[in-house]
Write a protein that binds this ligand. Structure first.
Ligand code: FCB
Length: 467
């Protein structure tokens, strides 16, 4: 047994160049919301609206990563991490969503990327992690087809500036969360509560993805690749009753298939016609759109948190289904900790959709961490969670799935959207009062895991790329 507690054969199975990284998102960590010409995003508006976030928390200061990124990169490098997934804030680049480009915003990310490369940390940039420019929201947000075109314009600007140095790109982060939480259930920005029209937002997000990908292909950034990150959920029926089975199937459609099918098969699932009627309306989904959306991506990013049982419940409006958390360990915020589920998600992509390179672009555990009197953060439950995560990814590799990296959510404690700063996901504890970073036990554990894996796969790495 190794120091990480993962057996050697399990670790050896992961490719020598498997990327071990961590992830963040701009609004959750950057702060500096009024600096260097940044425009307003829907999350500024939402978090400043009373009652929308827990305790009225906002990202105004967050983890101050905008200023402290050199120190944060140092933490990654000194803990052996070879990759960093961050997001670019659209309102820093095109403050009004369309028109004038803000060079100071581009310069910031250019410095960040150079600093990463200097320390041997490979950047992976997400173009949209939910911070839509407020000006575009006022013109309809993702209900408006024009937003997809504006997204492609913004993507092209960023790609022209950074495409030569950033090898991995993601267009969107978790369109399901944008729509499911922001357009259907109303708990995320922009706060709409309307399933009936949510399909329109789904389609425009995916169209934006497809158009951004087309611009990327046209630029021919050498050595760079592009994909999209989806959140994969595992809804299972509560019982074998046909009503529960149908309810679970509906949630699987709403959370997984409505994104996977158009991306990989070029069509929307017909069984969702009642839930998302606009996805079957020719005025919204125009000829050729699905061809743009289904252009092959270079890899898929998978985020996984949600594992639930689903029971039919006519009292629940629209979906007629209730989610029940399975028994087992719970993380704070009621997120069930079932990291084993990642294996099934990864295998499913290969079996039902396409055999393509996969990156786990987020998995992580939320806890109520604290610094104990000896100055340590003993986050044993997070270490257990991550150990199982790595074992489950390795099991998927044993099943023949091409998994190439893991980006732990998250590098730092940060603003957990509507839950504010109430829960912590970081490998590094952030003392928000002083902005001091404290490596949690999990950060040290991650470092030992990374070096063990390097040690165990050294022979194969030396043999070069033909292993
Ligand atoms: C994901 C988000 C990420 C973070 C984690 C906990 O859905 O992509 O920003 O909030 O959940």
């Amino acid at each position: 047994m190794t120091a990480s507690g993962i057996n050697e054969a399990t670790l050896r199975r992961l490719r020598p160049d498997f990327l071990w990284g961590a992830a963040t998102a701009a609004y959750q960590v950057e702060g500096a919301v009024a600096e260097d010409g940044r425009g307003t995003s829907i999350w500024d508006t939402f978090s400043h609206t009373p009652g929308r976030t827990l305790n009225g928390d906002t990202g105004d200061l967050a983890a101050d990563h905008y200023h402290r990124y050199p120190e944060d990169i140092e933490l990654m490098a000194s803990h052996g991490m070879g990759a960093y997934r961050f997001s670019i804030a659209w309102p820093r680049i095109v403050p009004d969503g369309a028109g004038a480009v803000n060079q100071r915003g581009l310069d910031h990310y250019s410095r960040l990327v150079d600093a990463l490369l200097d320390r041997g940390v490979e950047p992976m940039a997400t173009l949209f992690h939910w911070d839509l420019p407020q000006a575009l929201e006022e013109r309809g947000g993702w209900y408006a087809r024009d937003t997809a075109h504006r997204f492609a314009d913004y993507a092209e600007i960023v790609l022209a500036a950074l495409g030569d140095r950033v090898p991995k790109w993601l267009t969107l982060n978790e369109p399901w969360t944008v729509v499911g939480q922001g357009y259907s259930r109303g708990v995320h920005a922009p706060g709409h509560r309307d399933y009936h029209t949510a399909g329109t937002a789904i389609h425009h997000l995916l169209l934006g993805h497809g158009e951004a990908l087309a611009r990327f292909r046209a630029i021919e950034a050498e050595g760079a690749e592009m994909g999209i990150t989806l959140s994969m959920a595992l809804p299972r029926p509560w019982s074998r009753r046909p009503a529960d089975v149908a309810a679970a199937r509906l949630l699987d459609g709403e959370q997984n298939r409505v994104y996977l099918d158009p991306l990989f098969r070029g069509s929307y699932p017909p069984d969702l016609a009642e839930l998302f009627p606009t996805l079957f309306d020719d005025a919204i989904v125009r000829p050729g759109d699905l061809t743009v959306i289904s252009e092959p991506i270079d890899y898929l990013g998978v985020n996984y948190y949600l594992n639930h049982l689903v029971a039919a419940d006519p009292a629940v409006p629209v979906l007629g289904a209730r989610q029940i958390h399975p028994e087992g360990p719970m993380m704070s915020a009621g997120i069930a900790a079932v990291p084993e589920g990642i294996r099934e998600c990864l295998v499913r992509i290969r079996d039902e959709y396409r055999d393509l390179p996969l990156y786990v672009t987020e998995m992580g555990a939320s806890l109520h961490d604290y610094v104990d009197p000896t100055g340590r953060v003993r986050d044993t439950a997070r270490i257990d969670y991550l150990r199982t995560t790595v074992e489950s990814i390795s099991n998927a590799v044993a099943d023949g799935v091409d998994v190439r990296g893991l980006y732990v959510w998250s590098l730092l404690d940060n603003l957990e959207w509507e839950l504010g700063y109430s829960i912590r996901f970081g490998l590094f504890f952030v003392d928000y009062g002083t902005q001091r970073r404290i490596p949690k036990d999990s950060a040290r554990w991650y470092r030992s895991l990374i070096s063990e894996h390097a040690e165990l796969t050294r022979d194969r790495a030396d043999r070069g790329p033909s292993w």
